[in-house]
Write a protein that binds this ligand. Structure first.
Ligand SMILES: [Zn+2]
Length: 76
């Protein structure tokens, strides 16, 4: 089953859900079906915390923060 990211147009909630072909995804927050499908090219395995931490450790060592989000960078 593919994992898709959605943003609810009704309440702005973003979430990921496994979607079968027969399923209509609904917002996990307000149950709206008015959703934007977010195109995420991040492979699921790249989201695993271990890999992310490792990538960030390397990035930190190399002195760049491209693996950090804007919000996270502002905290550094
Ligand atoms: Zn919603």
């Amino acid at each position: 089953m593919p994992l898709y990211s959605y943003r609810c147009k009704a309440c702005g909630h973003e979430f990921e859900t496994l979607v079968r072909a027969s399923d209509v995804p609904v917002c996990a927050s307000c149950n709206s079906q008015d959703l934007d499908k977010l195109v995420s090219l991040v492979a699921p395995e790249a989201k695993s915390k271990g890999i992310l931490a490792n990538t960030r450790a390397v990035a930190k060592k190399e002195g760049h923060f491209s693996n950090y989000s804007k919000a996270e960078r502002s905290k550094l």
